[in-house]
Design a protein. Structure first.
Length: 238
């Protein structure tokens, strides 16, 4: 013998003596009270109804977290109270709850469209860690701060090293541009001529000018009198 429909049993449990203002059957309760509450919860939870997940939230009336969310609304509280009083099984609840926003509606849509609507409610929640292995919040913040400080120090050291390398490159370029191979050859030739017995041999004028500019600008901070551009070498000044 076939038993009575679940929806009728639940309705009679919720409305033992229905009034004229009460829904006359479970379908009336669903359309007038339950579905509007589902829409309110979906809007409150997602903040919109534009995404596929918001349109098909997959609310499971046998899943306690979903029941907690829906229990904020009065007609759903009465519905869950009836489920508990009747001691309905998860299978019986799933067979009854086939309306907008339920797990049944989501699974039917996914099957018809060949898609999977990803549940994003757990996004941003860190994996569960045993309390004995957890790092206190204050200590974790201190460790993160120390890591940030170390990264800043490493970056500063790298920047200083790059600046030193650039300065060395600039010094090398300045030295090559100031002296040059051609000038060096002329100076060596003049020095060799003096050693050969010609004290009147004139040292290079460009070298004297460069040496004088370098001394005045401080490029050569310790300049001996022998190398000073003002020194009176025989044959270099009148």
């Amino acid at each position: 013998m076939k038993g009575r429909p679940i929806d009728q049993i639940v309705y009679e449990c919720m409305f033992p003596k229905p009034k004229s203002t009460d829904p006359q059957n479970f379908q009336g309760l669903l359309q007038r009270q339950l579905v509007p509450e589902v829409r309110l919860e979906t809007q409150a939870f997602y903040g919109h109804l534009s995404s596929q997940e918001a349109k098909y939230p997959g609310l499971d009336y046998a899943y306690q977290p979903h029941r907690n969310r829906l229990s904020r609304y009065p007609w759903h509280r009465r519905l869950f109270r009836a489920f508990d009083n009747l001691k309905l099984t998860d299978s019986e609840i799933a067979g009854l709850t086939k309306w907008e926003g339920t797990r049944w509606a989501k699974e039917r849509y996914e099957k018809e469209q060949g898609v999977v609507i990803r549940d994003t409610t757990g996004d941003g929640i860190e994996p569960w860690i045993d309390p004995s292995l957890r790092i206190p919040v204050a200590q974790r913040a201190e460790v993160e701060e120390m890591e940030d400080v170390q990264e800043d120090q490493d970056q500063d050291a790298e920047d200083e090293e790059n600046e030193v390398d650039e300065d060395m490159d600039e010094d090398s370029d300045t030295e090559i541009q100031s002296v040059g191979l051609e000038l060096n050859e002329r100076l060596r030739a003049a020095a060799a001529e003096r050693e050969a017995g010609n004290p009147a041999a004139i040292m290079d004028e460009e070298w004297e000018q460069w040496l004088k500019d370098a001394a005045e600008s401080g490029t050569i901070p310790f300049l001996s009198g022998e190398l000073s551009p003002d020194a009176n070498f025989p044959g270099t000044r009148p």
